[in-house]
Design a protein around this ligand. Sequence first.
Ligand code: SF4
Length: 345
Amino acid sequence: MADFSTLINAWYRQNRRVLPWRGISDPYKIWLSEVILQQTRVDQGTAYYLKFIKAFPTINHLANAEEDEVLNLWQGLGYYSRARNMHFSAKLVANELNGVFPTTYKGVISLKGVGEYTAAAITSIAYGLPHAVVDGNVYRVLSRYLAIATPIDSKQGKKEFAEVASAFLDHKNPGDHNQSLMEIGALICLPKKPKCSECPLSNSCVALQKKSQLNFPVKSKKTKVVNRYIHYLVFTDGQNTALKKRTGKGIWEGLYDFPMVEKKEGEELTKKDLESFTFSDFTFDGTFKHILSHQKILATFWQVQVEQVKLVDNQIEIPIHQIEDYPLPQLLIRYIKESRLFGAD
Ligand code: SF4
């Protein structure tokens, strides 16, 4: 019987999706595609990839960009630290490495925001180096194929799966091998409905033989989701509004949002919460639910009428019609698309 790599490679040659970053060996473009595809679906990620490459065709273009410009293009993808880290690393490559992308696994993994998975993907695809990738798709395929019950989020599991992935790796063509395995995870070995009848590994898959595909992969911890209740104060004198750039390590670092008050579950917004703000009238302007990996945000927007937008605490005054020039969290984009203040019908 053909070995693991021969089976998946033959399937890949026939069935892979045509994607703009396939068949290229430019490490910058491979890096960008990998970073975008972490936590993002391929159909959504492709549009961002093309937009990004158009704006920053080389790593030096990215290095020379302003952070707001980078975050603006990333807007809607979430996990903004990915964009900030890429920008930081691009500047490092441009300024300290003469614009030459590192060519070794050690060099690539030393870039900010690049972990084992991304370093293995870049070096195997761009340079043909023998590093096996292990991402969510690979965990799923391998855990089912061998019926490995070690939790994938445990130290032991990470080690064990890295060893198994390396043992299967085709050293002659590691880039295609890695992409084949990830593509099978993305298109065939689906989390809830694996298409085992179409799978090139079906003759030797242990989980399929035991009809236990959905028992794998095993996870030990559940992600804890925190509920947050945010009231946004959208100040307006009819022409302008106030925004504030978010600093610190929380969500949306580097993006802009409106002044806000955060409450606990079941608590209403009170006059006391608003005593540091001066306004004549405020009206309810919608609620939006926004789900992140570890947080569920219930945001209430209040339109606050003022004679003149008064700025406190590093806020900036901006013309209402220019709000989309600023990098904003997706939650705010959804709001401004529906609010009459920002031109919605
Ligand atoms: S046979 Fe089914 S469970 Fe096994 S690897 Fe293929 S799709 Fe996954």
